[in-house]
Write a protein that binds this ligand. Structure first.
Ligand code: AVJ
Length: 344
């Protein structure tokens, strides 16, 4: 790999893509480019194929994964207040980035139906299975909601919010999904979202919070390295996905799930550590040039960042992206925050 230039890698990958890929080549090109870099990494959206999406659902139910249940409790307590502040007397429609199966969103949708009768809901996600699950779940459980699913990767594709005459949009970006992105990326995503919104429309953002006197680093570690090994499976599944979709030949048994707390960056990092010195192949395209990805023993692929926020980080991010904070809700132990912000 060291001997090949990035242009060669890109050229080569477009051949690989044409032959092997069902997905847009741009996405997997990004994935394999990450493996070709000196410090190997993969984009976090790669986790969410059908298997990965199901594993993530399992994670959200783990006793160690406090994020989902804390956010659910906040939504249960404050849905009415959130909708009251977001609507400012108008009727709302809702769009959600990274909706997954929309399990928690049901709480807000139910509250919205109670307020205004009918609600349009646009879940936006990279996972087809999750969108299907979301639509079915909502159609069965919450009459009054019209679900308009959109299969899209909001990280790299344009963000298009469904507009409805006479409705004010409320955008949901919950689950601390934004924690997957670096500071500059976070601002860029929120700015693109801001550009799709009208002034005064609301964005409800869920963020996991940094360790404090109430929240131990130990709890954070447990959340990302659970005793049943579900998170490890979730992490390792990206290798299986690359084998299937790009035709690579990873042996997942030769990698192990590894997490690190990066205090300087205030983030949990997930890595896959190569337990032996080894080589993995990206199969040859029409030019018959194979890519070999070499791993030293103990070398890692950085597969995910999960940023842990404080109020300063949240304020700064919203300001930079063209929003002003309306209100913040947190649990008593300050482990998780929901922030409502208005587009300026
Ligand atoms: C969906 C990005 C919020 O960072 O906590 C769960 C993904 N990674 N366990 C998170 C995840 C490992 C999750 N987010």
């Amino acid at each position: 790999m060291e001997l090949v230039t990035e242009t060669q890698v890109r050229g080569k990958l477009s051949e690989v893509s044409k032959r092997f890929l069902a997905r847009p080549e741009r996405e997997l090109t990004e994935a394999v480019l990450g493996l070709s870099a000196t410090r190997k990494s993969l984009p976090a959206w790669l986790f969410y194929d059908a298997t990965g999406s199901a594993l993530f659902e399992q994670i959200t139910e783990l006793p160690e994964y406090y994020l989902t249940r804390t956010e659910r409790a906040l939504l249960t307590s404050y849905s009415d207040e959130i909708l009251e502040l977001a609507s400012a007397g108008k009727s709302l429609s809702m769009s959600e980035l990274g909706s997954g199966t929309a399990a928690k969103t049901g709480i807000l949708l139910q509250a919205a139906v109670r307020r205004q009768g009918l609600v349009f809901y646009q879940p936006i996600d990279v996972s087809k299975v999750s969108l299907d699950t979301a639509r079915e779940y909502i159609n069965q459980r919450i009459p009054g909601v019209t679900v308009l699913p959109q299969l899209s990767n909001y990280v790299i594709e344009p963000i298009q919010l469904e507009r409805h005459a006479g409705k004010k949009a409320l955008v949901l970006y919950i689950g601390s999904s934004i924690g997957n992105f670096l500071k500059g990326e976070r601002i860029r995503i929120l700015r693109r979202l801001r550009d799709a919104m009208e002034p005064e429309e609301g964005l409800l953002l869920g963020t996991d919070l940094a360790p404090s006197q109430h929240k131990s680093l130990y709890a954070l570690f447990a959340a990302y390295d659970d005793s049943q090994g579900v998170t490890a499976k979730f992490n390792l599944n990206v290798l299986t996905r690359l084998n299937r979709e790009v035709g690579m030949n990873f042996n997942p048994n030769l990698f192990r799930h590894l997490i690190r707390w990066n205090a300087v960056e205030s983030r949990i990092e997930m890595h896959l550590e190569s337990i032996v010195r080894q080589e993995v192949m990206v199969p040859a395209g029409l030019d018959a040039m194979e890519l070999r990805i070499r791993f030293g023993k103990g070398e890692t692929i950085h597969t995910e960042n999960s940023y842990k926020f404080n109020t300063g980080m949240i304020d700064e991010m919203f300001t930079a992206a063209g929003f002003s904070v309306t209100k913040v809700w947190t649990d008593p132990l300050q482990t998780f925050a929901l922030t409502l912000a208005a587009a300026r």
